[in-house]
Each structure stands twice: as C-alpha cells, then as structure tokens.
Ligand binder design. Structure first.
Ligand code: NI
Length: 177
C-alpha cells in the first residue's frame, strides 16, 4: 500500500468531474487500499479519488471510532433522499475549516463494492452526510460551496496564506541543514 498526496483547496483539480469505473480490476482495488491508508493516516472519515487526483468515481469511508467499518463504494449513486440534517463538516482538502452544511438525513444508494458486485444500501446521520460529501467531491464540489461567497473567499485567503508559510518553512529547513 502507499500513501497518496491529498490536494488542498483552491487547487483547481478538485473541480474535476470523475469518470465512472468501467471495471473493478486490480488497479481499482489497489487505489481503494491506498485511499484507505491515506484516509486513516490523515486522519479522516472519508476520502474521494478526486482528492488524490485520480479521475475515477471511487470513495472510501469509515465513520467508526475503531477504524473497523471500512466502506468502499465504486460508481456510487444516490437514488433516494429524505429528511434534513445539519452538522459541522470538515474536509481533508480544506484543512482546519469546519462549517455547518445542510444535507439529507437519510439516503438510499447504489454502487459497486470492492469486488465489483452491485450493492444497494441505506444510510442515515453521519454516514449519510459523509457519503453525500464524498459524492460531491466526485462531481467537483466542495462543502464550502454551500457557504456564502464571502465566507469562501476568507477560507481561500487563509489556506493560501498557510500554504505560503509552509513553503517558507520548508525552505528555511533546507537552508538549516
Ligand atoms: Ni472532503
């Protein structure tokens, strides 16, 4: 397994619309394994292929405390939604930012599993929110798109400043050696 590099907002590659997976083969299974490793290491509870610059409709999720409920979904598609849920969301691609977003509380979805078998499932609460957040990623959408333009611009400036500072720190480290 290998840890993958996670793109950060405002990287424009996060806006790519991912393509459906034609066949769940060894390469897709390796991608899934690498995405789980990357997500657990971050740590996070969900990761979409778009976030690691892979143009395929693949997401991984584990909302359990013990990291023992891995869920890999290929070509996920929400077929029904109802109820309303509002919770603080964060995102590995928008580090350090947490904002309230409204989502459906209950969803039904279809997807393929890690073996390429079709599955249909229902999800509620945190798991439902997480799945909606990750499918948004596959469509090039971020949770901060639900916020006001002003708020999003503030977040953009904050993250750009932080990444400039990180680059400077890295340069300082090089000079110090
Ligand atoms: Ni995210």
């Amino acid at each position: 397994m290998a840890k993958l590099n996670i793109l950060h907002f405002p990287d424009t590659r996060l806006r790519n619309k991912a393509k459906p997976v034609a066949q769940v083969d060894g390469a897709v299974r390796k991608l899934i394994d690498d995405m789980f490793e990357t997500m657990y290491d971050a740590p996070g509870i969900g990761l979409a292929a778009t976030q690691v610059n892979v143009d395929r409709r693949v997401i991984v999720i584990d909302v359990s405390e013990e990291h023992d409920a891995p869920l890999a979904l290929v070509n996920p598609e929400i077929v029904a939604r109802d109820g309303e849920e509002e919770m603080d969301e964060g995102c590995l691609s928008v580090p350090g930012i947490y904002e309230k977003v409204q989502r459906a509380d209950h969803i039904r979805l279809r997807a393929l599993d890690r073996d390429g078998n079709p599955l249909e499932m229902e999800a509620q609460g945190l798991l439902a929110v997480c799945i909606q957040h990750e499918i948004d990623h596959l469509d090039g959408k971020l949770f901060i798109d639900y916020l006001s333009n002003l708020k999003r611009q503030r977040i953009k400036k904050k993250l750009q400043k932080e990444s400039r500072q990180e680059r400077r720190d890295a340069e300082d480290d090089r000079r110090a050696i």
